[in-house]
Design a protein around this ligand. Structure first.
Ligand SMILES: CC(C)(COP(=O)(O)OP(=O)(O)OC[C@H]1O[C@@H](n2cnc3c(N)ncnc32)[C@H](O)[C@@H]1OP(=O)(O)O)[C@@H](O)C(=O)NCCC(=O)NCCS
Length: 236
């Protein structure tokens, strides 16, 4: 399949949310452990579609969105996914919805036990001023392996250089070997050791680990139009 990369448009929102859910477990559907699609898509995509759409790129195949890169220039501004999840857990009673409740309760239990036993876990989002930007990238299976991932990443890294970001990080599961290989091919390097991710399990029930990868960026010499000043100042 040949897909082209273009900026996000508001009418892509439903497609982005659907792809988020259909690829939410290392590229496979998330429904087997988190059935409530609305909360899943809100946790993982709402900040990017609703607050920073200018950092969102889609892969388009004959007018159909088949993948996306959700970007955030300054991770300090991103909405906290834990808070979004908590709102759904309580406000929409996801803590009691079959197919989703198990994951949420397991997450709470993992966090509590991890703290009690002092086991290092991935709680909250990664934060380091050397790599303040981050991204999520997902393609439908039929769009993988033909260069769309590279094209999305190129568009994103070009934007980051243009706005003067000093670096970008990405968080993925250490068990997602294909993704790690892709990010390495795109210039990212592992940063730190893999750490347990509360709540997450493999289909066989084993614990899963988060891995941070980072990439420093060289700023463009000329200041492009519409560049947010604070990011340029931080990047100096
Ligand atoms: C990861 C993903 C975005 C990569 O996109 P893609 O379109 O398949 O990748 P591309 O075809 O553009 O490949 C880009 C490079 O990555 C490398 N690469 C991609 N998948 C790879 C794999 N499984 N093993 C080794 N290298 C791989 C390619 O060799 C290629 O390098 P090259 O251009 O120098 O030949 C896509 O496969 C995907 O959506 N996977 C499922 C969701 C996911 O895991 N997302 C990341 C989690 S945060």
């Amino acid at each position: 399949m040949k897909a082209t990369v273009r900026p996000y448009r508001p009418e892509d929102r439903d497609a982005v949310r659907r792809i988020c859910f259909l690829t939410g477990y290392m590229g496979d559907p998330a429904d087997w452990y988190w059935r409530d699609e609305r909360s899943f898509a809100d946790v993982w995509s709402s900040y990017y579609t609703d607050a920073e759409p200018e950092s969102l790129f889609v892969a388009d195949a004959d007018g159909r969105v088949v993948g996306y890169l959700l970007g955030c220039v300054d991770s300090g501004r991103a909405w906290n996914p834990v808070r979004i999840g908590a709102r759904h857990a309580v406000g929409r009673l996801c803590l009691f919805r079959p197919g989703t409740a198990g994951f949420l309760w397991r997450t709470i239990l993992d966090v509590a036990l991890g703290r009690l036993l002092r086991r290092p876990a991935m709680e909250g989002s990664f934060s380091d001023p050397r790599w303040p930007s981050h991204l999520h990238i997902n393609l439908l299976p039929e769009a993988r392996g033909s260069g769309a991932g590279r094209a999305l990443m190129t568009a994103w890294l070009d934007r980051l250089r243009a706005v003067g970001s000093p670096g970008c990080h990405v968080e993925t599961l250490a068990e997602n070997g294909r993704a790690i290989a892709f990010f390495k091919a795109m210039g990212f390097e592992r940063h730190g050791e893999p750490r347990l991710v509360p709540g997450e399990r493999s289909r066989e029930g084993g614990r899963l680990h988060g891995q941070v990868l980072v990439q420093p960026l060289v700023r463009q010499r000329t200041q492009p139009e519409g560049v947010p000043a604070p990011m340029l100042e931080r990047g100096t």
